[in-house]
Design a binder for this molecule. Sequence first.
Ligand code: FMN
Length: 320
Amino acid sequence: MLHNEDYTRIINYASRAPSSHNTQPWRFRLSHDIIRIIPDLSRSLPVVDPDNRALFISLGCALENLVIAASRFGYSSKGCYAEHDAGIRVGLQRSVETKGDELFHYLKSRQVTRNLYRPEELPTDQTETLRRITPEPGTELQIYSREEGVKRFLPLVTEAGILQFRNQQFVEELVLWSRYSRREAMQTGDGIWSATLGIPSAGRWVGSLIMKHLVTPASEEKRLSKQVVHSGGFALLLAEKDNREHWIRTGRLYQRFGLTSTGMGIRHAHLNMPVEEPVTRKKLAAVAGTVGSIPMLLLRFGYAERMPYSLRRNLHEIIE
Ligand SMILES: Cc1cc2nc3c(=O)[nH]c(=O)nc-3n(C[C@H](O)[C@H](O)[C@H](O)COP(=O)(O)O)c2cc1C
């Protein structure tokens, strides 16, 4: 039987996982020695993520954190799988043989860092370590050098970014999940807090006005180009199938990438626009030269200063 105090600690670490727009689309349910991660579909993003792909990738990230934290507290986890209705089921068992996962040390310091990185290639031993991260079955991690990645991804990132900022509904959804001051971010404990983007507090009224009228497809193209060029390398995560199970597995792989790179002092952030737009997603698959694999996440990585951390909701809001 899972100890109550351990349960709370494990869920606390699981909730540190990344999620699209920091929606934290999860709830956790305990029964005996089983934890269920339940998708909270009221937190979905119908415009940018109509199929809930990113939502289930986020649940996969939470699952990976959960398994890593559980191992640290002496539990082995078994039979993690996607159930049809009840989300992800994780059976936990106390085990003296369980060795804590090294990645546990980075659960709290990991972040998605949205500033500009040093525009220089990473040493080969570092990129080789990233390449050796073990993927989940049916998923793949491709690591690209700076030079190769800029050439392949820059045109697609800007093309997709322009498409998104021409779409009023996309901007409105982004405004809805943006938090324009510390106070607002602390009140909700979710969403994209402006400080994590390096933008000063503006308040909701001014902030949303800027987003709706001053951020244009052209300004976005410029901003994205700068981010791509100021990178040390790129990671593309792919999966064999575009279904819930593979989305969850992709999330686990992404989280291992995020934690491993954090441990090496490497920052990362998303360049997901070409995955999110159907037209550019096809082109991205062609650019990656994959046969049958589907792009799931595109990331940039490199060296940079840490940014303010995004916030999380209180545990009582996510534990059933
Ligand atoms: C599936 C997925 C998709 C994401 N897409 C983007 C994205 O397109 N742009 C972005 O800046 N961040 C993206 N993020 C990062 C989240 O916004 C970030 O995880 C969240 O704000 C919490 O911050 P943290 O990861 O630093 O704790 C994504 C995260 C996940 C898990």
